[in-house]
Write a protein that binds this ligand. Structure first.
Ligand code: UDP
Length: 374
């Protein structure tokens, strides 16, 4: 059985790598990995970290959302004709996912969708991801829902129960692989210090990520302004912000936060170092989906820089304060967390799975194709 996996961005690379590794351990499958190039610089180092070399690469220009979908569609049209896989696997909610699913549908190739069923029920939150995920559900045949709630959402939309598999979220698999590497690396604390020499062990580390389209512009300005005020007010904190390479993000963040005491702006970090930093952090401020999941699994409190979430399970795992981009809500949330002792222990609540989601997905695929053969 020939399975093609198409991915394009950093979060997809992180969440699909455990599935690729699990599929490659099985002899039943021939696996082809295709990289669309959507996040060319951020996604490839992750694949290297997991020891995966894509078999196929598309070349897209990424000029606009429409361009990237059109280019992926056209190039996969050729590739699917040549390769004719028995199953396409995609993960998540990006343009690469939607375009690949649509191309597979036109070629009548069955589609498996990993991390299916997450919903905010708001068309533009997050944008374009909510709609990408919803449309991919319509196109997909096998739905790998990370949680029971995601399954309920799919059932509610009329997806047949026999096509939904609750597997856990593969981000937990990826996180466990990173934690093993961190444990194995001799002198873990030392290596963090070597990589981030500016960190001061006596200060509380606030880790910030923010780049969502719907937060760009005014929202991001407000986030930067309030964090600048906090960094200047509190000499017991240090803020680390790996800045997304998107020009809309960099052009806002750099002028507002560069050269601010207690704020360290970095390039996007490689995944292992990001998880190390998250592990050492006091709390996380983020508008990212994956970072919320990883922070929750590590028991870190989250200040959620979004108004709504498609991941309600996270509030069962850790403390979440939802602030959106409102400066005074962020200010209050940060001061509240700083002034109340925070317990940061690894969370054993399996709301997002136990780190074996990839195995569940592979098992479900085998079962489906076996029952088809019978
Ligand atoms: N991440 C990383 N380096 C960074 C920032 C984030 O490796 O400097 C990882 C993070 O651990 C998480 C993923 O990137 O797994 C989140 O990506 P993003 O926020 O772009 O997407 P989302 O999860 O919101 O779809």
């Amino acid at each position: 059985m020939k399975i093609m996996i198409v991915f394009g961005t950093r979060p997809e690379a992180i969440k699909i790598a455990p599935v690729i590794l699990a599929l490659r351990r099985m002899t039943d499958f021939s696996v082809q990995v295709c990289f669309t190039g959507q996040h060319r610089d951020m996604a490839m180092p992750i694949m290297e970290l997991f020891g995966i070399e894509p078999d196929l690469k598309l070349t897209i220009t990424n000029r606009s959302l429409c361009d990237s979908v059109a280019e992926i569609l056209q190039q996969l049209d050729v590739l699917f004709r040549q390769e004719n896989p028995d199953l396409l696997l995609v993960q998540g909610d990006t343009n690469s996912v939607l375009a690949a699913a649509l191309a597979a549908f036109y070629h009548r190739i069955p589609i498996g969708h990993i991390e299916a069923g997450l919903r905010t029920f708001q068309k533009f939150l997050p944008y374009p991801e909510e709609m990408n995920r919803l449309l991919t559900t319509r196109l997909a045949d096998l739905h790998f829902a990370p949680t029971q709630q995601a399954k309920e959402n799919l059932l509610h939309e009329g997806v047949k129960e026999e096509n939904i598999f609750v597997t856990g979220n593969t981000v937990i698999d990826a996180l466990h692989l990173m934690l093993k590497k961190i444990d194995c690396a001799s002198g873990n604390g030392g290596s963090l210090q070597r990589f981030f020499p500016f960190l001061q062990p006596s200060r509380k580390l606030l880790l910030l990520t923010g780049h969502r389209r719907e937060n760009q512009g005014e929202g991001l300005v407000e986030i930067c302004n309030v964090l600048r005020r906090i960094a200047l007010l509190r000499d017991d904190v240090q803020i680390v912000y790996p800045v997304h390479p998107s020009p809309q993000v960099r052009n806002t963040v750099l002028p507002l936060l560069q050269n601010t005491a207690n704020i360290h702006l970095t390039a996007p970090l490689d995944y292992l170092h990001f998880i190390q930093l998250l592990h050492q952090s006091y709390c996380v401020l983020t508008d990212s989906g994956g970072v919320q999941e990883e922070a929750a699994a590590l028991g870190k409190p989250i200040i959620l820089l979004r108004e709504t979430t498609e991941r309600p399970e996270i509030a069962q795992m850790t403390r979440v304060i939802t602030t959106g981009t409102d400066g005074s809500r962020i200010w209050n949330a940060v001061l509240q967390l700083l002034d109340t002792p925070v317990q940061t222990e690894i969370c054993y609540n399996p709301a997002l799975g136990k780190g074996d989601a990839a195995e569940h997905i592979v098992h479900a695929i085998m079962e489906c194709f076996r029952s088809e053969d019978e």
